[in-house]
Design a protein around this ligand. Structure first.
Ligand code: SF4
Length: 374
């Protein structure tokens, strides 16, 4: 393993539109590369420009905290940052990978997030997050904290092959149970499930049962992507060693899409399977609005709920106008409550969408959405 220290130019990453999976507009990475070395990690793909050998080499942004302080300080902002969950970490690194023990950049960033009164959503695979229980609880008291763990399944043996550098699913589940007992909102990202290995109804159901058992607040599901190039080559090498019988099946579903997606037929069946099982156990499959409708500004709240409705309808194989309406609303400069009579002038907003928007503005949620949620 090698560590390279660098000085970054900026830390805060601002999305153009609120992300309705994480309820966040702002991400930040203190590290590039991740020694957790999950076999399927898309941080390995060329498009992310991670230096060195992924899984072994890590770049540390040693000035991250100094930069973040300036970027979050409201006194230095002409336009204040919008309220939403701050998301440390991302696709190319886990904020609690081993190098964090030495540099403590995630911990220091949480202290700044707390100082400037933002809620936080942590997504990790590492039990090192327990070290920061004190600060996560402080944020939760003032704002809100969500702790999420990602899993490709809850099978310890499969995880040891595909996620060689992280604590076992059993340890991750125990850590989630611990945070729940501390009064913190917790979720499971069952993502990515690995085709023909962890995507079976049996393994999906086992994960959902566990999530229910420890009273998780939501479970978010997703399939795997494999981009041509380093990511796919690395994964296929491992597949040849451990599951050579699956190579042809993989070739049939990963046909070189630009974003590494599997075929529509595969994803449709997969999402349908997941939603059928999740419905049986009545667990929310998106972060429920009660956890953020007192945080977001009204336009962002509407965008998130419309996008989530869009997701649910599409996962049932239906068409939906709600994603496009959400996109149009993300371009608006004025608050929706000031244009209640002209909502239908917004592209993609018809009568039904208008009714949903008005209900969200009035109540912070939508009855139609709640029916779809679990
Ligand atoms: S923990 Fe996340 S970022 Fe790290 S290797 Fe695994 S998938 Fe990639």
């Amino acid at each position: 393993m090698s560590i390279k220290e660098i000085k970054a130019k900026s830390i805060l990453r601002k999305h153009k539109k609120i992300d309705s999976w994480f309820i966040s507009l702002y991400g930040m990475n203190f590290y590039r590369g991740c020694t957790h070395n999950c076999v399927y990690c898309d941080g390995r793909a060329e498009g992310y420009y991670v230096d060195g050998e992924f899984g072994k080499d890590v770049v540390v942004k040693v000035n991250a905290i100094e930069l973040l302080k300036g970027e979050l300080d409201p006194k230095r902002k002409r336009i204040p940052l919008k309220k939403c969950f701050m998301m440390p970490g991302g696709g190319v690194s886990d904020s609690y990978q081993p190098v964090e023990k030495k540099y403590e950049l995630t911990r220091k960033a949480l202290e700044i997030i707390n100082e400037y009164n933002f809620p936080v959503h942590m997504l990790t695979k590492s039990t090192l997050i327990k070290r920061d229980t004190d600060i996560l609880k402080k944020i939760n008291e003032k704002q809100r904290t969500i702790v999420s763990f990602s899993f490709s399944s809850i099978d310890d043996k499969i995880s040891a092959v595909f996620e060689p550098g992280v604590p076992s699913p059993t340890e991750r589940l125990n850590t989630l149970a611990f945070f729940k007992s501390e009064g913190i909102t917790c979720g499971m990202f069952l993502l990515p499930v690995i085709p023909f290995i962890t995507d079976t109804p049996k393994l999906i159901e086992e994960a959902i049962i566990k999530a229910k058992e420890i009273n998780l607040d939501f479970i978010i599901f997703g399939g795997m992507t494999l981009k041509d190039g380093k990511q796919k080559n690395y994964f296929f090498n491992m597949l040849e060693k451990n599951h050579p019988e699956l190579i042809t099946e993989y070739q049939n579903i990963y046909k070189g899409s630009k974003w590494g997606e599997a075929t529509k037929e595969y994803y449709n069946l997969l999402y349908m399977t997941f939603h059928q099982i999740a419905k049986k156990y009545k667990i929310p499959t998106r972060i429920p609005p009660d956890l953020y409708n007192d945080i977001l500004i009204e336009n962002d709240l509407v965008i998130v709920i419309l996008e989530q409705i869009d997701y649910f309808l599409k996962s049932e194989g239906k068409t939906s106008p709600y994603g496009y309406a959400a996109y149009s609303i993300s371009k608006l400069k004025q608050p929706l409550s000031t244009m209640k009579r002209e909502l239908q002038n917004t592209k993609g907003v018809g009568r039904t969408t208008e009714r949903i928007i008005l209900e969200i503005l009035e109540t912070g949620s939508s009855s139609y959405y709640k029916k779809l949620l679990c």
